[in-house]
Structures are given as structure tokens and as C-alpha cells.
Write a protein that binds this ligand. Structure first.
Ligand code: ADE
Length: 213
């Protein structure tokens, strides 16, 4: 069982995703377990402060290193060999090949979700890998964390059931996994027809058509 721990100020953003569809199925089958760690509980002082103004000036607030490191240390106690991931626009470009590597690791993951305008850079000393999920900036790490977790969990043995769909993908070059278009009933919908070849029953022709697409 792979343990995935997520450190976040907004566990409610993530709960729905983890308790639906394939991610839920994976935990239900005991292939993976999820634990949400609310960063707020490691905040400083009676107000559980987690952010502060940047040294050198500038707009906005940064997540402080202490609460983040405390949360990571707690997660590490739960799972000492877990890899710590940090979604950030300044990270390494996240690709399908990274998802495959993470799925093959067979060790737990701790995903730290930054928020606000950023974080104290010293946090990176506790991080194994920083990832950027694409050339755009989101409001925080929760959505990138979900992207990473979804892409990894679906690759774990037993999760997709129809392992065929992974097999099909693996034919294609690693980071260019374009699937062929597929159709189901009805054959004709408002004049939009299913390609003839798919109705032909010629398996060889269908195979060729799909690989062309
Ligand atoms: N946080 C904000 N934007 C991000 C991105 N594109 N990738 C990863 N983390 C992020």
C-alpha cells in the first residue's frame, strides 16, 4: 500500500477529489492510502500563523519555513522513506515520464501545497523534487498536487482494472500520449457519423486507422 500524504491549508479542496472515482477506488482497494495534513495546525502562536512578510520587502506574504518543516517532519515520521514533492511554477516540468517514475518507486509520497504569493525558499532543503505542471500560474499547489497524484495513482497496478488502456498508451512515445478518437452508440448523432472503418469489423484496418490517428 502506497501512502500519499498531502500538506495543505485547504484540505477541503482535495477531499472531494480523493473520495471520487478512480482515486477513491484505489484507496478502497487498499492500493493506496491518503492522509491530509492541515498545515494550520503547525502554525505559530495562538493565531496559528503560517505566513509572514518577505525579507527585503515586496508585496504579499510568504509561507514560513517552520510550519512547513514541522508538517513534513510529522509526515516523515508516518512514512520515513516517502519522497517529498513540491508543486511550484519554478519546478521541473512534470510529464508522463515523471508519473511513471513515481508510480514505480513503490514508496510513499508527501506533497506539500504552497499558497499565497509563495514560500520561504529554505523549504526546498526538505524537498526531494519540485514540479511545475504547466506554463501558467495557479493560486496554490492543491490543484497541481491533485494532477500529480491522479497521474500516479492511475498507473498503480490494479487501479484501472482495464489495464489495456495503459497498455495502449505505452505504445506511444513517452510524453506524447495522444490517444485515438473513440465512439459509442448511436452510429449517427444529428448527422455526425461514426467513421465507417470502425463499423467494418476489419480488425487490421481498424488497427491501422487508430495508429494513423
Ligand atoms: N503552483 C502555481 N502554479 C503552478 C504550476 N503551474 N505548477 C505547479 N505548481 C504551481
Amino acid at each position: 500500500m502506497i501512502k500519499i500524504q498531502i500538506i495543505t491549508l485547504f484540505p477541503e479542496m482535495i477531499e472531494g477529489v480523493l473520495s471520487s472515482s478512480m482515486l477513491f477506488k484505489a484507496s478502497n482497494l487498499g492500493i493506496v492510502s491518503y492522509q491530509l495534513i492541515n498545515l494550520r495546525q503547525y502554525g505559530k502562536g495562538p493565531r496559528k500563523q503560517v505566513d509572514d512578510t518577505p525579507y527585503g520587502g515586496g508585496d504579499g506574504m510568504l509561507l514560513m519555513v517552520e510550519p512547513l518543516v514541522k508538517a513534513i517532519e510529522v509526515a516523515k515520521l508516518n512514512d520515513p522513506s516517502a519522497k517529498v514533492l513540491l508543486p511550484t511554477p519554478r519546478g521541473k516540468q512534470y510529464k508522463q515520464s515523471e508519473a511513471k517514475q513515481l508510480a514505480a518507486l513503490d514508496s510513499g509520497l508527501i506533497v506539500v501545497c504552497p499558497r499565497y504569493e509563495g514560500y520561504d525558499e529554505r523549504i526546498t532543503n526538505w524537498v526531494d523534487q519540485a514540479y511545475c505542471i504547466g506554463p501558467y500560474v495557479l493560486t496554490g499547489g492543491e490543484i497541481p498536487a491533485m494532477v500529480i497524484i491522479d497521474s500516479v495513482v492511475r498507473l498503480l497496478p490494479g487501479v484501472l482494472g482495464g489495464e489495456k488502456s495503459i497498455e495502449i498508451e505505452s505504445f506511444v512515445a513517452d510524453d506524447q500520449q495522444v490517444e485515438f478518437p473513440q465512439y459509442t452508440r448511436p452510429e449517427n448523432f444529428k448527422g455526425y457519423k461514426v467513421p465507417e472503418v470502425l463499423l467494418s469489423g476489419h480488425h487490421q484496418q481498424i488497427k491501422e486507422w487508430r495508429s494513423q490517428k
